[in-house]
Write a protein that binds this ligand. Structure first.
Ligand code: SF4
Length: 320
């Protein structure tokens, strides 16, 4: 009997989302317009390769505004910042460019609106994640964080009839719904956000992996360990039936033993991952006999976001 054909199921959509594309372009355009160095508060997106590439081009990544020289240009990352961060930048006379993804800004606006209407807000998200810190900073007195179903018991509200849940944009859809279901048993009048907070890109990448995983022995996810949506893709793959799932930044991190006995390998990437890194993994797999590649498409994506207004204004003034 001949050996089974080794194959790759390549998820689509995968990789860059509209918010990441905009944030990376913002840094590149700012470097071209103002010249290096350009300061970036926090990683512009959670991907090692992207950060390294922009560093090589003249971006300096800092943790806080006080590391940026007075009067210099600073870009805020795609994950968003609390209002206090804008104020710090103003006080230091920094030229601030806000690369917050518009879909994160949407959650900030929801938080501000519900807080102003007297609601308690239960934010479902991961403690310490930059996006969560930024969103909570919009209304710290009204927001409490719940990091999964286990955190629901500790939730306390002023008025059970005025409570809304919001979420981080990059969570597991299924786990978030499990948290909401548990919240509802405790707070039957819980209000849902006006539209999905988990963004289209997160949902689409999870759906693609969910559909291909049952056919896969192994699912490889290209992404960094601090990338929430990438880490979720590994979990979704295993939950959906893949024998194993692994997260790698680069092809050379794939261990030969992961592929032992594997006929079908699933492949995808997080929303902050350039596709060249996925192509490197395909080349790595092809060298090991996985030459049959089928793209597994579950959704089309056409969304794009324009660059931040403050950058566009300066580009226009410079005739660019
Ligand atoms: S993952 Fe979603 S929320 Fe985050 S930058 Fe991309 S589109 Fe925006």
């Amino acid at each position: 009997m001949s050996d089974p054909v080794k194959r790759v199921l390549l998820a689509k959509p995968r990789g860059y989302c509209a918010g990441v594309d905009r944030a990376v372009e913002t840094v590149k355009e700012a470097l071209a317009l103002y010249g290096a160095p350009i300061y970036v508060r926090k990683e512009i997106v959670h991907n090692r390769h992207v950060v390294q590439t922009l560093q090589d081009q003249g971006a300096i990544f800092v943790e806080e505004n006080d590391e940026v020289p007075e009067g210099a240009t600073v870009i805020f990352s795609a994950h968003g910042v609390a209002p206090v961060v804008y104020e710090e930048a103003r006080q230091r006379n920094l030229r601030a460019i806000d690369a917050t993804c518009p879909l994160v800004t949407k959650v900030h606006n929801e938080a501000k609106r519900f807080a102003s209407e007297g609601y308690d807000i239960v934010l479902i998200g991961h403690e310490g994640h930059e996006e969560v810190i930024g969103t909570m900073g919009e209304a710290p007195a009204s927001i409490q964080l719940v990091d999964g179903p286990a955190g629901v018991d500790a939730v306390e509200v002023r008025d059970p009839a005025r409570v809304v849940w919001l979420s981080q944009t990059t969570l597991s859809v299924d786990e978030t719904m499990a948290t909401v279901a548990k919240l509802r048993t405790k707070l039957p009048l819980l209000v849902s956000p006006p539209s999905d907070d988990i963004c289209y890109a997160t949902q689409n990448r999870q759906l693609a992996v969910k559909e291909l995983a049952p056919e896969c022995d192994v699912v490889l996810v290209v992404g960094s360990t601090n990338s929430s949506n990438s880490v979720r893709l590994v979990e979704v793959a295993v939950d959906a039936g893949a024998r194993a799932g692994y997260l790698v930044d680069y092809a050379h991190e794939i261990r030969e033993e992961w592929l032992e006995g594997a006929t079908t390998v699933g492949l995808t990437s997080g929303a902050s991952v350039p596709d060249e890194l996925v192509m490197d993994v395909l080349a790595f797999l092809a060298e090991r006999g996985y030459a049959d590649v089928t793209e597994f498409e579950t959704a089309e994506e056409h969304l794009t976001f324009s660059l931040p207004q403050e950058l566009k204004r300066d580009m226009r003034a410079a005739g660019r």
